[in-house]
Design a protein around this ligand. Sequence first.
Ligand code: HEM
Length: 495
Amino acid sequence: AHKFWSDRGVPHVTPLLPIIGNAWLFIKSMSHFDVFQKILAEFPHEPLVGAYVLTIPVLIVQDRALVEHVLIKDFHHFTDRVFPFGQKRPHELNLLNMRGKVWRAYRNKFTPMFTTSKVRNMLPQMKDLALVLLNVVQQKSDGVDLKETFVQYSLDVVASTAFGLDTGILKEEKESVFRRMIKKAHRMTTPLFISYIIHEFLPPIAKRFRPSHMRSDVVEYFSNFVKEALRSRKNGDIKRNDFLQLMVALQEEGFLEVEQEECDAYLNLQPDDKKSDQLELNDDVMIGQALMFLFVGLDATSTILMYLCYELAMNPDVQEKVRAEVKEVVRITNNMDYDTVKEMHYLEQCIKETLRLHTLSPALIRVCSSEYQFPGTEVTIPAGVKLFIPISTMHLNEDVYPEPGKFDPDRFSPETRSPPCSYLPFGDGPRMCLAIKFVMTEMKCVIAKLLMRYTIKLHSSTEIPLKPYEPSVSIAKCKRRRILFDLERLPGATC
Ligand code: HEM
């Protein structure tokens, strides 16, 4: 059962048991970060490393040149992340899961949501909410749970910029149903973890039983929330230049034109994939896209902000340098608009370094869609093989990042250039994160405001050093230690 990789001459992890393969590694550790670290420590110089989950072969691509082929140059062989069977439930119908021509049609429609001019228009809302955040932390500046505060901030920002709604989560004294449901949606339970493993590694079982990624009460609550938002926008007089308006406009068109390209031919091999050239834009598809805004990236944004504060607290000289930069650019422009935030280069370097040192996704995922020979090698893989690009391990590569465990924002100074595909916190190629400009602006805006008013320090209860981020798929470790901060008001701070 486990001859796939030896037949192709690919070095691989020895399967532990005849049927289980290396699945136990993934399940036992419950953190893919640890798994990739362990596997790649055994094969530090191999461009390609095979493994088996049950009897299914999976491939880890760690050579940067090959990564560039997979993500960019030969993208037409690797357009998708998930196995080819249709996603049917509303929360599954989002860009992350969509495949081939359908994905391309939606991606083209949603890309304009995040242009410079759109993000520029969102900045005033981000700034107002950053001020609300400052007022909230002012009431309790010792032992602040900044991760929780940043989740609330990011939620309010998304609600306001994408849906034109004032959810007021930052301000609420008692937890609302909305907030409770968001928490539920991010909580990993054993059935959800099993469902995740089935979806990731057991396509035949996933195709037959289609276990859900999300609790049904959460799906129902947010489906109603989105339907209501769509309905009131359609019936109301208010028109805004936001995501909800884009969805209303799309739905009014009634369908989405889907163009077939040569590389999509394989999709038609699956009977349930036969799609007409016009895709109906029903409520479920709309809900799927809207839920993507509420769930994709929310945890990532708040966690990165929290780690950035941790690193600034641990490196007071860096914190002082960022603060000086922020004060200077704000003094020159006498404002904090989009162009001012763009000028905060050192702050951006600090965020980039945080994304490297605390990479949240252990790996990018692609599924091979048609037979592929890796350039410069004898290795050929058939359609259907799942590939992992282990970015969290690649970001700690000593050859590219000397002293990889050190927080050093100068690694990203304008004079320094890292080799192609060595830095991938947002992925790369046509499927890279859609919201980079939005999320970088949102993070810079709130941190700039925080630094203008406070010195960020760690609360005495926070254990140092921190362990690397444990992704939410980890059941065993999902009870995250709370990292608390003390915020000391700067003398004369007025903002
Ligand atoms: C710090 C925050 C974030 C990080 C680190 C992050 C990272 C990523 C990564 C690694 C991917 C996969 C890229 C690939 O496979 O090549 C991705 C995809 C995506 N992200 Fe983000 N993301 C963040 C925030 C957001 C936010 C706020 C949104 C808002 C909607 C968002 C929307 C998306 C979408 C739609 C995709 C799928 C793109 C596609 O398949 O076409 N992300 N993100």
